[in-house]
Ligand binder design. Sequence first.
Ligand SMILES: Cc1cc2nc3c(=O)[nH]c(=O)nc-3n(C[C@H](O)[C@H](O)[C@H](O)COP(=O)(O)OP(=O)(O)OC[C@H]3O[C@@H](n4cnc5c(N)ncnc54)[C@H](O)[C@@H]3O)c2cc1C
Length: 337
Amino acid sequence: MTLLKENFSLLEYNTFHVAAHARFFAEISSEEQATDFFATGYAAKKTRFVLGGGSNVLFTNDFDGIIIHPVIKGIEKLEEDSEAVVIRVGAGEVWDDLVGYCVKHEWQGIENLSMIPGTVGAGPVQNIGAYGVEVMHYIERAEGFMIDTGKRVTYSARECKFGYRDSIFKNRLKDQVLITHVVFRLRKEPQFHTSYPDLQKELDNYSETTADNIRQAIINIRSAKLPDPQVTGNAGSFFKNPLVNKEKAASLQRFYPAMPGYPQQDGLVKLSAAWLIEQSGWKGKTCGNVATHKRQPLIIINRGDATGEEILHCALKIQKAVMNQFAVKLEMEVNVL
Ligand SMILES: Cc1cc2nc3c(=O)[nH]c(=O)nc-3n(C[C@H](O)[C@H](O)[C@H](O)COP(=O)(O)OP(=O)(O)OC[C@H]3O[C@@H](n4cnc5c(N)ncnc54)[C@H](O)[C@@H]3O)c2cc1C
């Protein structure tokens, strides 16, 4: 039976470490429990939010609805042949533990996604990515329940409609599905992605390129570069890198020849949100209890006692500064509630 908690503190459940309460909080630890819980119809039609590790969330207020928190565990091998292995993983597994487990078993593909905080269930939601790899290339399907009806659902990778930090779970199915399991296909033959200059440089310290060494190199880079959310409240990159058309990119590059721009397959050009923010004067800038990180301006940090509203206020100021200078809209990557 699912124990429904009321007026539940979310302080320990968000990496910004902002104080907020949920009117109701339900922890789901198995598919059976999910079946029973959704059969009660309790969550149907209520304002709801599925909360994993809270590392991509900003609570700007108390949450007047129900938070559904999956803690479903387990890594099950479904198939294996000489080339690949297929595994089904519980949504509540810690993402980085899964990466470590796969690297240890020499199942390759997701090693570049080492040290991304959060849970496995959230991975498909924003199609997590880092160091030239996106998780969508290793996902076979996501399984779960429709929250309103309790119906079991499965979405193939194609049906997940993955994009850059995007999927169907952020659009048409936003707040509609509880993902309980993610099925991954990982390779036994290595095919490493090491083109990122930071990664190449760090790998020079190792005698060979293996998944294990890539994982370690990325852990080193990230530990040196990013604030540890256990110590300093943050939710990683607050904004997505903006995608603009070729003409817009070219006209900006005429004024700002040093501006980085990365042409995409669809003809759009990806700009660096960090560069735009830095040029707008927001690198390492303080705004009351909030600041941008001194090495990575894309990360907004809680300097101690910031409220969610203060953090949002700072984010809106950054958005405005970039808009005023470059006429480019920064879209928030973090889920603001
Ligand atoms: C220091 C730091 C570094 C980061 N680096 C990266 C990075 O390199 N790349 C990257 O992509 N992200 C990065 N992130 C962002 C974040 O870690 C990822 O988005 C992660 O996948 C969020 O996982 P979570 O469990 O904390 O999800 P939450 O923050 O709890 O939720 C995120 C979203 O997923 C939904 N969700 C979560 N679990 C489920 C589920 N089981 N079913 C349905 N919906 C669900 C939520 O409703 C919400 O919309 C970083 C964050 C931090 C703090």
